[in-house]
Write a protein that binds this ligand. Structure first.
Ligand code: COA
Length: 257
């Protein structure tokens, strides 16, 4: 297991931590591989009944490592392992609690739509930056976000891409609970442990019923978004935006977000 993805067991909870603090926990191809393996493991193991997903050092994640989107001279790119995680997460039968603090950008925002309970700290800022990057949203967020927060709010968040404070995300229904930053880890773990002690068959059956009406639509939308995303990713417009981000000066870095 990669040191940039830490996996521990706490009672019946699989605790998965994105651990790349120098890059605000931006997710690389190898991290996606580790995340996919963690989801498969959580699904398979009888001693695990819930997953807790969090980030190290005060941030959830700044999303896909933008370097993964850049086309190499041979026309290849490094981003395809993300798909293994998307499929692993949507196939998982056990509940997932997200512990969100600091930045939750890109897939750090869209993954929340697949979690069962989201605890955010009062400093959390959630952002769907895809259009600004020359991309379209992924992880079936063009379908699920409007189910959760309504079409107008989903359109605003996905097209304008402004950072969403935790309080607004809570009011809209994307976040279940907002707590002070010092309490967020403890609160999220406590929810995961409560889920992990529920009667197992009833818990998994109820969760499956909740998701039944959107499961097939989610799979179809994952594929559709994937096709559009990859065409946009290869466009001149998007490649220029990625290069601009990767080559920016440190002063520009601190003015973003
Ligand atoms: N991919 C690759 N590198 C990233 C990254 C990402 N998604 N997010 C942050 N980093 C890197 C920065 O380039 C910087 O690297 P450096 O120290 O080598 O220059 C380092 O992480 C710290 O980021 P910085 O931008 O200086 O921190 P900040 O606190 O000023 O801003 C963010 C944090 C998350 C607002 C900002 O980094 C950002 O907007 N990142 C891009 C988010 C994004 O668009 N993700 C893609 C989703 S599809």
């Amino acid at each position: 297991m990669s040191a940039e993805v830490l996996v521990q067991v706490d009672e019946r909870v699989l605790v998965v931590t994105l651990n790349r603090p120098a890059k605000k926990n931006a997710i690389t191809a190898s991290m996606y591989g580790a995340l996919a393996a963690a989801m498969t493991d959580a699904d398979r193991r009888d001693d695990i009944q819930a997953v807790l997903l969090k980030g190290a050092a005060g941030n959830f994640t700044s999303g896909n490592d933008i370097g993964m989107f850049v086309d190499a001279p041979d026309g290849a790119h490094r981003g395809s392992r993300a798909n293994d995680f998307l499929l692993g997460m949507t196939a998982l039968r056990k509940p997932v609690v997200a512990c969100v603090c600091g930045h939750a950008v890109g897939i750090g925002a869209t993954v929340l739509l697949h979690c069962d309970y989201v605890v955010a700290s009062d400093d959390a800022r959630i952002r769907f930056p895809f259009v600004d990057l020359g991309l379209c949203p992924e992880f079936a967020s063009t379908l699920l976000l409007q189910h959760v927060v309504g079409r107008n709010k989903a359109t605003e968040w996905l097209l304008l891409g402004a950072p969403i404070p935790a309080a607004e995300a809570h009011l809209a229904g994307l976040v279940n609970r907002v707590v002070p930053v010092a309490m967020v880890g403890e609160e999220a773990l406590s929810v995961a442990k409560r889920l992990a002690t529920k009667p197992r068959e009833a818990l998994l059956a109820t969760r499956s019923l909740i998701r039944e009406s959107t499961d097939q639509l989610v799979q179809a939308r994952l594929q559709r978004e994937g096709t559009v995303f990859d065409a946009l990713r290869r466009s001149r417009e998007a490649q220029d935006i990625f290069q601009h981000f990767l080559q920016r000066e440190p002063a520009m870095a601190s003015s973003r977000g």
